[in-house]
Design a protein around this ligand. Structure first.
Ligand code: NAI
Ligand code: MG
Length: 358
């Protein structure tokens, strides 16, 4: 297959980790006979320096014509004082909005050789492998009115959704469950919120279309508790914007390090933006010590969700697991039982595992 990928390295460690993922994508292309053309564009502080805006029109245009986008991270102390319209994160929010990327996917998987790095008991997290799907463009974070009233002594926020906005994210969740263990947990607060009651109705309607997927409803408070006491009960979880924001951060404690976590923001036609969950890590930028695995795993998500390349995605994930089993560790990971290696050595190990074993 031929695919066109836009690279947005951004700021801080962004360039180093995107370069690592590019090496892995090239290895996949070689092993599996694909052609990935890659074109770099500016975003964030990098774009402010070069073009005076965090999201140049040329970047938006290139992303609109891409099959997928791989982003590093944006921001850093250098741009802390700039006016609001030139803040680096405006670039990231702007590109998500410009492309209508409504589904945020965050897989959370405890790698066997990192089990000891989580504050949770190994017996609890062992084997956990969850995909959290969060609605990204509606709900409480976007509803209007959202304002102070009565001289600042009263306040209103609005949780608003259209049926179609709920249907498309719920469909995405069922489809994702089909590619995994066919179990879907829908999280809501249907005992209190009207929006959650419509959400639950839609899940019940949609499940007729996916009879091979087992569906369970959980209230968000119970889900929050079960996520860290019995994570193995979950396969795919789907929820609205704010619940997803909170649950996905909570679930990150299952894995041990921020540097390990990938994410995808996608829309129905498969176009997606892929990025690690962490930021630009200015404290370690330019030192060759950033953990590239969150970005490499984001590239795997790109293959799976934008290109339909499940075998290739799984090959990257296996190569990462083996790299950790072999003892390669960047400094952010607990190095007990392994030695500290740099970004390039970890990347080389992943590429090696890919090309030898595929
Ligand atoms: P951060 O995620 O950049 O760093 C937090 C800590 O984790 C730091 O000690 C950092 O060195 C470490 N870390 C993060 N990623 C790592 C990796 N791959 N390998 C090794 N260590 C890693 O968050 P922080 O420090 O709050 O923010 C730094 C800048 O990044 C800020 O300007 C912030 O606005 C921006 N940011 C950007 C995001 C994005 O582009 N999506 C998300 C979060 C923050
Ligand atoms: Mg959050």
């Amino acid at each position: 297959m031929n695919k066109h990928i836009i690279l947005l390295p951004g700021d801080g460690i962004g360039r180093e980790i995107v370069e690592s993922a590019v090496q892995v994508l090239k290895a996949v292309a070689g092993e599996f006979g694909h052609t990935f053309t890659m074109e770099e564009h500016a975003i964030g502080g990098d774009a402010v320096d070069k073009f005076g805006t965090p999201l140049p029109d040329t970047t938006v245009k290139a992303c609109r014509n891409a099959d997928a986008i791989l982003l590093g991270a944006v921001g850093g102390p250098k741009w802390d004082g700039v006016p609001a319209d030139r803040r680096p994160e405006k670039g990231l929010l702007g590109i998500r909005k410009a492309l209508g990327l409504f589904a945020n996917l965050r897989p959370v998987k405890g790698f066997p050789s990192l089990l000891h790095a989580s504050p949770l008991k190994e017996s609890v997290i062992e084997g956990s492998d969850i995909l959290i799907i969060r609605e990204l463009t509606g709900g409480l974070y976007f509803g209007t009115p959202s304002e102070r009233r009565d001289n600042g002594n009263a306040v209103v926020d609005t949780l608003a959704y259209q049926r179609e906005e709920m249907e498309r994210i719920i469909d995405k969740a069922f489809q994702s469950a089909r590619l995994r263990r066919r179990h879907l947990t829908s999280v809501d607060k249907a005992n209190v919120l009207e929006s959650s009651r419509l959400w639950r109705e839609i899940v019940e309607e949609k499940k007729q279309d996916y009879p091979d997927v087992a569906v369970e409803h959980l209230l968000v408070d119970a889900a929050a508790m079960k996520l860290i006491t019995n994570p193995n009960q979950f396969d795919v979880m789907v929820t609205e914007n704010m619940f997803g924001d909170i649950l996905s951060d909570e679930a990150s404690v299952l894995t041990g390090s921020l540097g390990m976590l990938p994410s995808a923001s996608i829309r129905s036609d498969g176009t997606g933006l892929y990025e690690p969950v962490h930021g630009s890590a200015p404290d370690i930028a330019g030192q060759g010590m950033a953990n590239p695995l969150g970005t490499i795993l984001s590239a795997a998500l790109m293959l799976r969700h934008s290109f339909g390349m499940e075998t290739e995605a799984a090959a990257i994930e296996r190569a990462v697991r083996e790299c950790l089993d072999q003892g390669y560790r960047t400094a952010d990971l607990d190095t007990q039982g392994g030695q500290v290696t740099g970004t390039q050595q970890v990347t080389d190990a992943v590429v090696e595992n890919l090309t030898v074993k595929s």
